[in-house]
Ligand binder design. Structure first.
Ligand code: NDP
Length: 248
């Protein structure tokens, strides 16, 4: 196993759901975590929880669509802890709607946050990881990055883009820079993600899904990230496809 105690991680979208759980889990394993998102109050509360349990956490107010804010956030983490060993590119949103509704502002928002935001954070962290000649990047795709669901068209497009980006990153960074890349593709997880849906029909549909499936808990995904991060140094867990047992 790779010893991850004392390593430094940056987790985006850490103010709720999978990101918050991942930060707590990594901190519980002795990782110093930079917890990034826009909602500062949530980050401060999470940092307090982590510190109460003996962990180390640094709140970083950062919109992933703002390149300057991302670069400043990465610098803040390096200044505080001296390195970045793990990046969890997790920030994302899922406002679902039918294409014929032409909610192009929501399409653009998903591309900006889910895809370009992930690129921004990766680009800001890579110089440090390349300098260290080590690192591990986790990219949050989805089951929607493996198959397309009707009505989730733009969301699926963003999550497929993340899967493609991850595979290419892995090939470009593994041998040359000793950086591991893991693409995570969860099924349904019980989080606030569905609150970004403005279309009433899809919101209801997602609520009904919760009655049909045993949703994963955010901590279930956090545990798989911990597993991959702790794998021996020569092992790259390239994909994590994690589903509720009753999700088809
Ligand atoms: P949440 O809504 O709980 O978390 C989303 C996080 O993204 C929040 O912390 C939010 O923080 C952050 N975020 C959103 N926009 C921005 C932005 N512009 N800049 C920085 N941070 C931002 O949902 P989940 O935990 O479920 O989602 C996390 C990831 O998991 C997403 O990428 C999602 O697509 C993916 N996923 C989720 C699944 C599920 O069923 N829940 C299944 C498969 C994948 P803030 O608002 O404070 O900025």
């Amino acid at each position: 196993m790779t010893h991850i105690q004392g390593k430094v991680a940056l987790v985006t979208g850490a103010s709720s759901g999978i990101g918050a759980a991942t930060a707590e889990t990594l901190a519980g394993a002795g990782v110093k975590v930079g917890i990034a998102a826009r909602r500062k109050g949530r980050l401060d509360a999470l940092a307090a929880t982590i510190r109460d349990k003996g962990g180390e956490a640094l709140p970083i107010e950062m919109d992933v669509t703002d390149v300057a804010a991302v670069e400043a956030g990465v610098k803040k983490l390096i200044d505080a802890y001296g390195s970045i060993d793990i990046l969890v590119n997790n920030a994302g949103l899922m406002p679902l709607s039918d294409i014929e509704k032409l909610k192009t502002d929501e399409w653009a928002r998903m591309v900006d946050v889910n895809v370009k935001g992930l690129f921004n954070t990766t680009a800001a962290v890579l110089p440090q990881m390349m300098k260290q000649r080590s690192g591990h990047i986790f990219n949050m795709s989805s089951i929607a990055g493996r198959k397309v669901f009707k009505g989730l068209t733009v969301y699926c497009a963003t999550k497929h883009a993340i899967a493609a980006f991850s595979d290419g990153l892995r090939m470009e960074l593994g041998a040359s820079h000793n950086i591991r890349v893991t693409c995570i593709q969860p099924g349904a997880v019980d989080t606030e993600l569905y609150e970004s849906i403005t279309d009433e029909g899809y919101r209801k549909q997602m609520e009904e899904l919760a009655d049909q499936l045993t949703f994963l808990k955010p901590g279930d995904i956090a545990d798989t990230i911990l597993f991959a991060a702790g794998a021996p140094a020569h092992v790259n867990v390239a994909e994590l496809f994690v589903l509720p047992i009753d999700q088809g």
